[in-house]
Design a protein around this ligand. Structure first.
Ligand SMILES: NC(=O)c1ccc[n+]([C@@H]2O[C@H](COP(=O)([O-])OP(=O)(O)OC[C@H]3O[C@@H](n4cnc5c(N)ncnc54)[C@H](OP(=O)(O)O)[C@@H]3O)[C@@H](O)[C@H]2O)c1
Length: 303
């Protein structure tokens, strides 16, 4: 039986991945900071939960002990206290990779993001690029996955904007809404993980996971509004103004927008064409139009 430790296994992508891994017969250890709440359904015996912060050497070592495969899904969109982009995306990623190597783990899969670049305007993207390099240095045969925007029934993006579109008379189109995304279905992302784990030939490779179509941020918002049946005003907001607003809002806890999140929108999140994709590992990615309306139906406003 495969023993897999999934750092960040309680998050959006992690929950789908853990379900798929256990269905395939693996024994899975979920490593994240917070204990599961009592509201969570009882978990099958093959799923173990350990409280582990990837900023902590001893916790990372204990979480990896006995695993033959390690997957690191930990990522953040805003910083708080010790939880900085550098600490999580770079140092934490390096800690997981170096510990996995030292403990003799066979396979490491590290999740980065499309847009990761040393020269990106957003610190989140720069730290993801530094994390990739740190992982490669510590564990050269690691497989790195860079997804575009990921959608699925419990996603952050489409559910978040459907809620906002129902509540607000107007939504901002940061930078005019021109940022390009290639949304990819979480079940396809997870199928990609399964294909990678099944074949040693994928080790040392960097994959870019995108869906079948590229859409701008504006097109995605229009799609959400049409699906939900609302027509809020879509108001273009220049980057400089959105950065100013983000800079103010980030002073508050649980800020809805930060300056770095605005900067993330300054670069497209689409596959580059120079790295292998889902198609190269036999996964035919589904279009969002075939999936998203199904789970946004709960937000639909009657005409
Ligand atoms: N969702 C997308 O559209 C998307 C797109 C591109 C790339 N990605 C990347 O894919 C990965 C997973 O994304 P997601 O959407 O599933 O994220 P998510 O839902 O926010 O989940 C993040 C997970 O990381 C854990 N975590 C956060 N800080 C931690 C720490 N210091 N130590 C240990 N665990 C920690 C969280 O649990 P606790 O808070 O309990 O620790 C949670 O399990 C991330 O690396 C993200 O950058 C996602």
């Amino acid at each position: 039986m495969q023993h897999v430790t999934v750092f960040g296994g309680s998050g959006f992508i992690g929950r789908h991945l853990v379900e798929r891994l256990t269905r395939a017969g693996a024994s899975v250890r979920i490593a994240a900071r917070h204990p599961l709440t009592t509201a969570e359904p009882p978990r099958p015996a093959r799923i173990q939960y350990v409280a582990a912060n990837i900023l902590d050497d001893a916790a990372v070592e204990a979480a990896i002990q006995g695993a033959d495969t390690v997957i690191n899904l930990v990522g953040i969109l805003s910083q708080a206290h010790r939880q900085t982009f550098t600490a999580v995306h770079e140092d934490g990623a390096h800690r997981v990779a170096a510990t996995a190597r030292r403990l003799g783990v066979r396979q490491l899969v590290h999740v980065s993001a499309l847009g990761a670049s040393r020269t990106a305007p957003a610190q989140a993207d720069r730290s993801k690029a530094a994390g990739e390099a740190a992982v490669r240095a510590a564990f050269p045969e690691a497989t790195i996955i860079r997804p575009s925007l990921v959608f699925g029934p419990d996603d952050h993006f489409f559910n978040g904007f459907a809620t906002l579109a129902r509540r607000l008379p107007a939504l901002p189109l940061i930078g005019g809404g021109r940022t390009r995304f290639q949304p990819v279905y979480v079940a396809d992302v997870v199928a990609g993980f399964a294909a990678i784990l099944a074949s040693p030939a994928n080790r040392g490779t960097t994959y870019e996971f995108g869906g079948p179509r590229v859409s701008t941020f504006k097109e995605l918002l229009e799609f959400v509004c049409a699906t939900v049946g609302v027509q809020p005003l879509l108001v273009p907001v220049p980057y400089w103004a959105a950065e100013l607003l983000g800079g103010l809002l980030q002073l508050f806890p649980k800020a809805p927008l930060t300056r770095d999140q605005v900067r993330l929108l300054r670069t497209d999140k689409v596959v580059s064409g120079s790295e292998p994709t889902l198609a190269n590992i036999g996964v035919e990615a589904k279009a969002l139009e075939t999936i998203v309306p199904g789970y946004l139906a709960v937000y639909r406003r009657r005409a």
